[in-house]
Design a protein around this ligand. Structure first.
Ligand code: AMP
Length: 558
C-alpha cells in the first residue's frame, strides 16, 4: 500500500486556493506536496528534492499563494525558473491555483519578449513574479527596488539553472531580495554547487525528499508508449483494439479525466466505468464487484479511488497519466499480476515526462520497453481475430438450428448464400470497419511506420495522423514567437493569404508580428507572438476561413 497522503484541506491551505484545486479536480496531495506544503506554510526555508512530474509546482505554489495578501499590490513572491518554457508553465499553474483569489496577479518575466510590458506589470503590483534569472537581472539594472517587497523566494529546478550558467545572476538577485525572506529550493539533484548556495542563502532549511525504494514487479510485463497529451484517448482506444485483456484498470490524475476517458470508452462499446473520490463508497463497491464478475471490463480510476482494489481478472494496467513517483507506479501496476498470474502494464509518456520514465526504470531496476501504436493492419487483424473467435464456437450447432432458415431466406430474398452471410456479418458487426481502407480512414492516428519522404514533405512535424518517432527537428522559432496549428490545410482550400487575412482582420495584430506560415495538406502552422497569445486566440475563437472553423491552438512540439 502507498502511504496515506491525507487531504489538501488538512494541510492548512487557504480556502480560496483549496476551492481552485477542487475545481481542477486534484483529489489528494502527491507525496512531495504532502511533505512540502506544511513546511512552506510554516514559513521555514526548505530544500526539496523532486523532479518534474511529481507535482512539485503545486507543492510550492499552493502554500505560497496561501500566504499572499492579494490586497497588497506589490511583489510578494518570486519564483526563479531556468527556462522561458518552465517560467510560463509555472506562471500558468499559479494563475490556475489563484483563480478564486480576486486581485491576485502573476507576471512572467523572461527573455525574448519586450521588457516594457513586463516592467509595467511589475510596477502595477503583480504579487507573484515568475522569472528566468537573466531577464530578471536586466530589470534589476533598470530598477533595483523591484524585489524589495518579496517575502518568499523559490528556486525551481536549481540544478538546471546552474547548468545553464545562471550562478552570477542568482547572486545579483539574492542581493536585491530582503534578508527576511523565506527561501525554498527545488532541485532534482543536489550537487555541491547547490549545497553551497543553500548554505549561503537559506536559513536552517528543512529537507524534503521522497524516499525511493527498489521494488520488484517481476511477473508484470512493462512497456511504454510516447504520446502527446492531446492524443492520449485516441492512443488508448487504439491500444485496446489489439491488447488481449480480460479486465483492465486505467489510471489518470483527475476526477474529470476518469469521467472523460470512461465515457469515451463506453461510446466505443466497452463496458467501462469511472472510479474517483467523488463516488460514494457503496457505488464504489458496486463498480469493483462488477469488474470482478465481468459486468465491467475497464475501470478508469484515480490513485485514491483505486486503493486496495484486488481483482484477479485484471490482466492489464494502463498508466494513462504518469504517476507522481516510482512507488506509486509500482503500486499501480501491482493491480495486475495478482494471485501469481502474469500481467501487462502500459505507460503513456508525454515528451516532457521522459525523465520520470528513467527514474521509474532506475527504481524498479527494470527496463520499460518502448512500443509503438498498432497500425491499421494490426487493428484489422485483431478485429478479424475477435470475430473469428466469437463465431467459431457457434458453427458446430448453428447449422442444425438455422440451416433450414438460411435456405429459405436465400430463396425468399433471391440472393446467394454468400451475399446473405455477408449481410448477416454487416449486422453482427454493427458496421465496424473490417477492411484495410476503411480502418485506415477511421483511425485518427497512424503509427510511426510512415515512409520518410512523407515525413519530410510534411515539414518534419508530427504527421496529421500521429507520427510518433523520428521527427525531424522543427524549424527554430524566432525569439518571442510560438507555433500555432489549425486542422485546416490545402485540402480545405486554404492558402497562406487566407490565414493571414483572417488573423490580421479578426486578431487585430500587426503583419510584422506574424512569422512563417506553413500550409500542409491536412493542417497548417503559423508563428505568432507569444505575448498576448491567449488573448489573440480568444479573439479568433469563432473565426472561420474558407467556410470552416479555424480553431487555432498553440502547437507544442516538445
Ligand atoms: P509538476 O511535477 O509540477 O510538473 O506537475 C505534474 C502534473 O501533475 C501537472 O500536470 C499537474 O497539474 C498535476 N498535478 C499536480 N498535483 C496534482 C494532484 N495533487 N493531483 C492531480 N494532479 C496533480
Amino acid at each position: 500500500m502507498t502511504q496515506e497522503l491525507g487531504t489538501f484541506a488538512a494541510l492548512g491551505i487557504h480556502p480560496n486556493v483549496l476551492a481552485a484545486i477542487t475545481a481542477v479536480g486534484y483529489e489528494e496531495p502527491s507525496p512531495i506536496q504532502a511533505q512540502s506544503i506544511p513546511v512552506i506554510l510554516a514559513g521555514h526555508d526548505m530544500i526539496g528534492q523532486a523532479q518534474t512530474g511529481t507535482g512539485k509546482t503545486a507543492a510550492f505554489a499552493l502554500p505560497i499563494l496561501s500566504r499572499i495578501d492579494p490586497a497588497k499590490r506589490e511583489p510578494q513572491a518570486l519564483i526563479l525558473a531556468p527556462t522561458r518554457e518552465l517560467a510560463l508553465q509555472v506562471a500558468t499553474a499559479f494563475e490556475t491555483y489563484a483563480k478564486q483569489m480576486p486581485g491576485l496577479n502573476v507576471v512572467a518575466v523572461y527573455g525574448g519578449a519586450p521588457m516594457g510590458p513586463q516592467l509595467k506589470a511589475l510596477r502595477q503590483g503583480a504579487q507573484v513574479i515568475v522569472a528566468t534569472p537573466g531577464r530578471l537581472c536586466d530589470h534589476l539594472r533598470r530598477d533595483d527596488k523591484v524585489l524589495a517587497t518579496v517575502q518568499q523566494l523559490v528556486l525551481d529546478e536549481a540544478d538546471e539553472m546552474l547548468k545553464l550558467g545562471f550562478m552570477d545572476d542568482l547572486e545579483v538577485i539574492f542581493e536585491a531580495l530582503p534578508e527576511s525572506r523565506q527561501s525554498v529550493l527545488f532541485s532534482a539533484t543536489l550537487p555541491p554547487s547547490i549545497r553551497s548556495i543553500a548554505e549561503r542563502h537559506l536559513r536552517n532549511p528543512q529537507h524534503v525528499k521522497i524516499a525511493a525504494k527498489t521494488q520488484t514487479v517481476a511477473r508484470i510485463e512493462q512497456a511504454h508508449l510516447m504520446v502527446h497529451a492531446d492524443q492520449k484517448t485516441a492512443a488508448v482506444l487504439r491500444l485496446l483494439e489489439v491488447e488481449e485483456f480480460d479486465a483492465l484498470i486505467a489510471f489518470v490524475r483527475t476526477k474529470q479525466a476518469t469521467l472523460d476517458l470512461a465515457s469515451a470508452l463506453e461510446a466505443k462499446g466497452y463496458k467501462a466505468a469511472a472510479l474517483n473520490g467523488d463516488i460514494a463508497q457503496n457505488q464504489r463497491e458496486r463498480v469493483i464487484e462488477s469488474l470482478k464478475d465481468g459486468r465491467l471490463d475497464i475501470v478508469v480510476a484515480t490513485d485514491v479511488a483505486a486503493r486496495g482494489i484486488d481483482v484477479p481478472r485484471i490482466t492489464h494496467v494502463f498508466n494513462v497519466d504518469m504517476p507522481y513517483d516510482p512507488e506509486s507506479y509500482v503500486h499501480r501496476i501491482g493491480r495486475t499480476g495478482r494471485a501469481g498470474r502474469d500481467g501487462r502494464a502500459l505507460l503513456l509518456v508525454t515528451p516532457r515526462e521522459r525523465r520520470m520514465l528513467q527514474v521509474i526504470e532506475r527504481v524498479t531496476g527494470q527496463k520499460v520497453a518502448e512500443v509503438r501504436l498498432p497500425n491499421a493492419q494490426q487493428v484489422l487483424d485483431a478485429r478479424i481475430k475477435k470475430l473469428t473467435n466469437s463465431l467459431s464456437p457457434l458453427v458446430a450447432d448453428a447449422d442444425a438450428k438455422y440451416g433450414d432458415l438460411l435456405d429459405r431466406l436465400v430463396t425468399d430474398i433471391g440472393c446467394t448464400p454468400r451475399a446473405l452471410a455477408a449481410a448477416l456479418l454487416q449486422r453482427a458487426t454493427n458496421g465496424q470497419a473490417l477492411n484495410l481502407a476503411d480502418v485506415e480512414r477511421e483511425q485518427p492516428l497512424v503509427p510511426s511506420a510512415q515512409p520518410r519522404e512523407r515525413r519530410e514533405r510534411d515539414g518534419g512535424e508530427r504527421s496529421e495522423r500521429g507520427e510518433y518517432r523520428e521527427r525531424r527537428a522543427p524549424m527554430p522559432l524566432a525569439e518571442g514567437r510560438v507555433r500555432c496549428r489549425t486542422a485546416l490545410g490545402t485540402r480545405d482550400g486554404i492558402a497562406a493569404k487566407n490565414l493571414l487575412g483572417a488573423i490580421l482582420n479578426e486578431g487585430g495584430i500587426a503583419r510584422e508580428a506574424i512569422g512563417r506560415i506553413q500550409i500542409r495538406e491536412t493542417f497548417s502552422l503559423i508563428e505568432l507572438p507569444e505575448e498576448g497569445l491567449e488573448r489573440l486566440l480568444g479573439k479568433l475563437k469563432d473565426t472561420r476561413v474558407a467556410g470552416k472553423q479555424l480553431k487555432l491552438r498553440r502547437y507544442r512540439e516538445d
